[in-house]
Design a protein around this ligand. Structure first.
Ligand SMILES: NC(=O)c1ccc[n+]([C@@H]2O[C@H](COP(=O)([O-])OP(=O)(O)OC[C@H]3O[C@@H](n4cnc5c(N)ncnc54)[C@H](OP(=O)(O)O)[C@@H]3O)[C@@H](O)[C@H]2O)c1
Length: 282
């Protein structure tokens, strides 16, 4: 069978994607090739997902017909780009001969944090490239990924990227200028929410609840509220108004949150993380 999907870097994110792409039937095991430097990791991926494995990244570039997915650490990127430069030159020659070839060229999708399209397109000259930023809940299929399209992508490449990331959650498209803001919100957001869950549980313990019950109440409250907002499409402020009775318990809690600058702290957190992402990208 034709190899359609090539994964370079079978780490945490790479495996999360791989497992769901196969489980959802988007790609068959026989249509996937994975490259990784660590033989023990390769053995594991081969055994677990029955995919073709290699330690040679250039095999992924030469074999994958639809997607080459980059999931290595950003620090490895320049070495990887050098390693595959000779293949790239072949592709560039093809692209020069016939512009239509690009439509049939595999799309290169990168999830490398902080590596801009300009660097990706300099490494993969005239090839269709998509930059993406998934977040950690992708590992349980509940992520959200922002994608931005490179100059040589076609609607077909866009559709392929949408389909690939829909295997691990929702997908939005943004212009590249907004990628740092995406990092500040949904990229760093899971840590903010984890802090919220922990603090809620601590509050419960402070109010006399046993730790395990406080943890369970806190986690399920966050999960349930997110599901409620999602399914009812209520504006968050409207949900808050609905559960806040005059002179009641909830408004007493909210008054304390406002006094402590809760909302403003979250706004500032997203802004600070966005600025840090901008700094790191320089
Ligand atoms: N985790 C997240 O929530 C998240 C969110 C958004 C974006 N990202 C991005 O996703 C990428 C991967 O993150 P991760 O958390 O999955 O990291 P990870 O678990 O360290 O995965 C990277 C994998 O790439 C392998 N690798 C290293 N050098 C390689 C090379 N030259 N050729 C092929 N494979 C190589 C590593 O193997 P060894 O272990 O043997 O070195 C490892 O298995 C990063 O660029 C990160 O910025 C991650």
């Amino acid at each position: 069978m034709t190899i359609k999907f090539g994964l370079i870097g079978g780490g945490v994110m790479g495996e999360a994607l791989l497992s769901r792409l196969i489980a959802s039937g988007i790609y068959q095991s026989s249509e996937v090739i994975v490259s990784e430097p660590l033989p023990s990791r390769l053995d594991f991926l081969k055994q677990q997902y029955d995919v073709t494995v290699t330690t040679d990244n250039s095999q992924v570039f030469t074999q994958a017909k639809e997607v080459v997915f980059l999931a290595v650490k950003p620090q490895v990127f320049s070495a990887l780009a050098q390693e595959v430069a000779h293949i790239n030159i072949q592709n560039q020659e093809l692209a020069n001969i016939n512009l239509l070839n690009r439509e049939h060229s595999p799309v290169i999708i990168s999830i490398l944090a902080g590596v801009p399209l300009s660097q990706l397109e300099a490494a993969f000259v005239q090839l269709p490239v998509i930059r993406a930023m998934p977040n950690t809940p992708a590992t349980v299929g509940a992520g959200i990924t922002a994608i931005c399209l490179g100059a040589y992508t076609s609607p077909k490449h866009h559709q392929i990227a949408q389909q690939v990331f829909s295997a691990v959650g929702e997908v939005v498209e943004v212009s590249e200028g907004l990628m740092d803001a995406v990092t500040g919100l949904s990229g760093s957001g899971p840590a903010y929410v984890a802090l919220l869950v922990e603090a809620l549980a601590d509050g419960g313990v402070a109010a006399g609840l046993p730790r395990t019950i406080a943890n369970q109440l806190a986690l399920q409250t966050v999960l349930g509220t997110a599901k409620l907002l999602e399914s009812t499409k209520l504006h968050p402020a409207e949900l808050k108004d609905r559960v806040t009775s005059p002179g009641g318990t909830t408004i007493a809690g909210i008054a304390k949150l406002e006094q402590a600058g809760f909302r403003s702290a979250l706004i500032e957190a997203v802004k600070a993380a966005t600025e840090r992402s901008q700094e790191l990208g320089k």
